[in-house]
Design a protein around this ligand. Sequence first.
Ligand SMILES: Nc1ncnc2c1ncn2[C@@H]1O[C@H](COP(=O)(O)OP(=O)(O)OP(=O)(O)O)[C@@H](O)[C@H]1O
Ligand SMILES: [Mg+2]
Length: 388
Amino acid sequence: MAAENVNPSVNTSSDQKGNGGNGSSPIIDLHNIVKTFPSAAGEVTVLNRIDAHFYQGEFVAVIGKSGSGKSTMVNMITGIDRPTAGEVLVGGVKVHLMSENKLAIWRGRNLGIVFQFFQLLPTLSLLENVMLPMDFCKMYTPRQRKQRALELLERVEMQEHTTKLPTAISGGQQQRVAIARAMANDPSILLADEPTGNLDSKTASIIFKMFQELAQQGKTIVMVTHDSSLAQRVNRTMLIVDGEIVNEFIARALPLLTQDQMLEATQKAVPMMFEPGATILREGTPGDKFYIVTKGRAEVALKRPGGSDVVVMRPGVGEYFGEVEILRGGTNIASVRAVADSSVELVALDRETFMELLAESDVTRDAFGMIVEKRLAENIQTRTGDAK
Ligand SMILES: Nc1ncnc2c1ncn2[C@@H]1O[C@H](COP(=O)(O)OP(=O)(O)OP(=O)(O)O)[C@@H](O)[C@H]1O
Ligand SMILES: [Mg+2]
């Protein structure tokens, strides 16, 4: 069972969780956010009870179809817009409760914001554009501001153009300057809404690398993007569908589902937690759930003829088990428990939901068919090996 079920192609590394797995508290915490807008047809719910956490040093790509609510979510974090309900905590500060005046200064000091259309002030030189956030927030002495702006422009390789106006440089160059401006007050968080949306792919890649470097320096980066190749190169991808966040582990374990199916699976998934050493599945009982590990590690144990058991596999974050039994309608042929030294968290889909999803998704059913074949072949191999 589980020993053989775990799909080795699923990413098991902890990088997908950023620092989320180590118990530290998130630097950005969206709690139960609802955002509605009035429309001719009545209220429209654009964000529907969103919970999202971002940890220091994470580079997260926010993806989803046009109109799914990506920008609205980012606007909650920046305080550019306020939630209808719910809480926004950034660095422990309750952003949704802050007055407009305080917000502007707080934002300028704590957040770097990069937009799709750069939004440099057209009448100011590049140097003045980069100095502006420091002037506005009264950060550093005036002399330091100029020095710092020059250094930032050098860092984005725009030191030769400091006296030019934004209109005199290319889009990619404007975006570099916008990144320098976003870094002016040395914020720990960078928010970018489609920062490469208006750039050719080569320039987009250069801009993306700049964000990567900043993440490596410990900045937390939230980047909305439509570019799936860029979205694959970050620590974590957050998919928004119809104003709700798809469970990232479900998205990764069932990547061939449609976005709507992923959301359906998210809504039906049940989170579970097991204390260190606690039994998750008992050998011989019916296999009736599909489990994905979301935190910690489980271990799969087979009973030896003498009564002792042997651990054959330790599924970690992103790995799953239970599908072979469901697909073959059998009982669990091994026991699964949380490892002895830490608890394990899982999301579980019940048998009916799992079978329904597969029935609606030929590609997913075929993929699991192949996984089951492979696991069973490995199972036979393990058992033959055991018998020797
Ligand atoms: N100020 C507003 N008033 C009314 N409706 C709004 C407002 N802002 C956004 N919406 C609606 O909310 C929904 C989500 O918008 P949002 O801009 O967050 O989507 P998005 O995911 O960023 O899309 P895109 O990829 O096109 O940028 C859309 O249906 C949009 O029309
Ligand atoms: Mg948008």
